[in-house]
Write a protein that binds this ligand. Structure first.
Ligand SMILES: [Fe+2]
Ligand SMILES: [Fe+2]
Length: 291
């Protein structure tokens, strides 16, 4: 499929952070006035149009088969082997067309999330989770389209919820016409548990698969489902959740504010923080990881 896509279809956003900025507008800090739904969708804004195009592509191409294809391609982990800190530095080579004076780099976002978690006195594995949760964005460095790396995630193999942002674009997704996949449960059953459900492909699932042997379960839930807004904010896939998922999602919800609301314009001091985070990586992750 990739061969038939234009550069604009592979990278519709100037920067993948535009997706997160958009999420932040949809889910503003509690207490701050939220934009009315119509206002959010309709006001005349070129950035908004770019994000909308990003979702059009995401919703069109993330089919059940596409997800299987990507899992086969990337869960072999045959691209690189490096120390965890080197993997973080590799992620930080991801530069895009946005203005470097106003846009924080990848490591800065991760350090800000992790430092906010640390300041609140959470256990060290929670801090580490903040630090590595977006490492999977290295997928962009392997030439993957932005809409197959970031964006809200959602189950494939069953009907798409209208609580997912821009649900109208699922019209273009062939699965919405496929009777195996377009019913409420599709290929799944009531309460089957999210571990049995395939989500759209992106940095969350990829990083979960990299770290699943090494971190406590709440950390793995945070990593795997942090972009699953249709559930952790909208609760629109309750029918697929197990009781255990429901308990674990408390952690996903606890994590989300550190992801969305920890951005501050002052960049953290990487040099000063590096020894602490290197130790933390060494405590939980193996000497080298495979991407
Ligand atoms: Fe993320
Ligand atoms: Fe993030």
């Amino acid at each position: 499929m990739k061969n038939t896509l234009t550069e604009k279809e592979i990278n519709p956003l100037q920067s993948i952070e535009m997706w997160e900025d958009d999420v932040l507008e949809r889910y503003p800090v509690a207490g701050e006035p939220s934009k009315a739904k119509d206002e959010y969708r309709n006001y005349d804004n070129p950035v908004r149009d770019t994000v909308r195009e990003f979702y059009r592509l995401n919703h069109t191409y993330q089919t059940y088969d596409f997800v299987q294809e990507k899992r086969n391609e990337f869960l072999k982990f045959d691209r690189k082997e490096m120390k965890p800190w080197q993997a973080m530095e590799f992620l930080n080579t991801l530069v895009d067309d946005s203005d470097p004076d106003i846009e924080l780099d990848q490591l800065q976002h991760l350090l800000q999330s992790a430092e906010a978690i640390r300041k609140d006195g959470h256990p060290d594995w929670f801090v580490l989770t903040g630090f590595i949760h977006d490492m999977g964005k290295v997928l962009c460095l392997f030439g993957e389209p932005q809409w197959a790396v970031v964006g809200d995630t959602f189950p494939v193999g069953c009907a798409f919820s209208d609580k997912i942002v821009y649900p109208e674009y699922f019209e273009n997704n062939p699965d919405s016409k496929d009777e195996r996949y377009n019913t409420r449960y599709g290929i799944y059953s009531h309460g089957c548990g999210l571990d049995n459900v395939q989500l759209s492909w992106g940095h969350d699932e990829y990083m979960y698969q990299i770290s699943k042997e090494y971190l406590p379960e709440p950390a793995l839930y945070m990593i795997r489902y942090h972009s699953f807004y249709a559930q952790h904010r909208e609760e629109s896939y309750d029918h697929l959740m197990s009781g255990h998922d429901r308990r674990m999602f408390e952690w996903v919800r606890r994590f989300n504010p550190y992801d969305l609301y920890s951005k501050s314009p002052t960049p953290p001091d990487l040099k000063e923080l590096k020894p602490y985070y290197e130790d933390l990586l060494a405590k939980y992750l193996p000497a080298t990881i495979r991407l």
